[in-house]
Design a protein around this ligand. Structure first.
Ligand code: HEC
Ligand code: HEC
Ligand code: HEC
Ligand code: HEC
Ligand code: HEC
Length: 199
């Protein structure tokens, strides 16, 4: 699927761009030729659009490889470290944020220091660098969302992120599309006015 969306649209747009000068110098043959090349292009865009709508935009199942194999199962599951111990910003800001390496070092100056993964973490920490974690969940910029309001209402992280404490590798497990927001807002009697989420 990635290969498809990476290769195909590029080829498609390049082909469309390459042909434009011909239309400009030869208007005589335009209608017939344009129709011939427009129909497949439009069809392809519709198919791609549908594909993107179902797959890419909903993002369910997205589980990128992280630079350090951090496991929520080990930390939040087996060792029962509370979500807010590491994601405390969820209580006070729009973003939950991923903890800085200093938080990890609260334990990993002593826990499993012989492991290569922990040595990698320690090196980054000592060099004053942050771990380049790959972002998983995201809503488009035109959507107004904040963790703070939801956490303040006592909504569990799992309602929107699934059973994170069972995940060895974090993955998006629920769609964060508009329908999901609205169905809970209806149920909880929160606002469903368009300008609640779109400013
Ligand atoms: C009402 C649904 C909802 C709840 C409850 C929720 N989240 Fe989120 N979370 C989202 C959405 C939507 C995004 C993408 C937000 C964006 O792009 O700004 C997100 C993104 C994130 C991110 C990555 C981006 C960021 O904000 O730093 C983290 C980490 C995160 N959530 C952790 C948590 C934790 C921990 C909890 C519980 C304390 C929690 N979330 C509760 C919906 C929710
Ligand atoms: C409250 C203590 C605590 C904190 C904070 C903590 N860890 Fe851990 N971590 C542990 C424990 C306990 C283990 C499991 C040790 C075992 O049983 O093998 C572990 C295991 C790991 C492992 C697996 C090591 C291996 O190869 O076996 C990695 C990687 C890791 N932690 C990364 C992190 C990162 C990154 C952070 C910061 C985001 C972090 N940890 C924060 C306690 C902690
Ligand atoms: C020991 C620290 C620690 C604990 C405890 C912890 N997390 Fe995380 N969390 C991280 C780190 C580090 C990342 C980034 C690496 C990764 O994605 O695996 C992360 C990533 C996430 C993300 C994905 C962020 C994104 O990019 O979209 C979500 C969602 C999340 N955590 C939710 C939770 C929930 C829910 C809990 C409690 C069940 C929890 N976390 C407990 C450290 C922690
Ligand atoms: C599991 C239920 C649930 C989900 C899912 C959910 N919300 Fe909410 N949301 C609430 C509740 C409850 C409130 C608080 C309403 C109140 O304060 O009266 C709220 C409040 C808000 C507010 C503030 C409203 C105000 O009146 O100030 C915004 C904006 C918002 N949510 C956006 C979103 C977006 C965007 C999503 C989807 C990405 C989402 N919510 C998903 C339950 C949810
Ligand atoms: C509770 C939050 C919430 C409310 C209320 C809400 N939206 Fe959205 N809307 C979202 C989110 C989240 C997205 C982005 C994810 C997606 O594409 O579904 C979105 C996306 C959209 C998009 C872009 C869709 C696309 O596929 O690109 C349009 C258009 C839109 N909303 C219109 C509306 C209108 C009109 C209303 C009022 C009837 C409304 N929204 C109310 C959360 C909300």
């Amino acid at each position: 699927m990635t290969l498809f969306t990476i290769l195909f649209p590029r080829g498609l747009f390049r082909a469309a761009a390459d042909r434009r000068p011909i239309e400009e110098v030869d208007p005589g043959n335009l209608s017939n030729a344009t129709a011939k090349r427009t129909i497949p292009v439009v069809l392809a865009l519709v198919v791609l659009g549908g594909w993107a709508f179902l797959d890419t935009f909903s993002n369910v199942g997205y589980a990128p490889t992280q630079p350090i194999p951090f496991s929520h199962l080990i930390h939040a599951g087996t060792n029962k470290i509370p979500c807010l111990y590491c994601h405390s910003n969820a209580e006070r800001s729009r973003y939950a944020t991923v903890p800085p390496a200093a938080v990890c070092m609260n334990c990993h100056t002593v826990v499993r220091t012989e492991r290569p993964t922990i040595q990698q973490l320690t090196q980054l920490y000592q060099a004053g660098k942050s771990v380049p974690w790959v972002r998983v969940h995201r809503v488009p910029d035109y959507v107004y969302f904040s963790h703070q309001w939801h956490v303040a209402k006592g909504i569990e992280c799992q309602k929107c992120h699934g059973q994170v404490q069972n995940m060895d590798v974090i993955r998006q497990s629920t769609s964060l599309k508009m329908g999901m927001c609205i169905s809970c807002h209806r149920q909880e009697k929160a606002s469903v006015e368009c300008n609640t989420c779109h400013v």
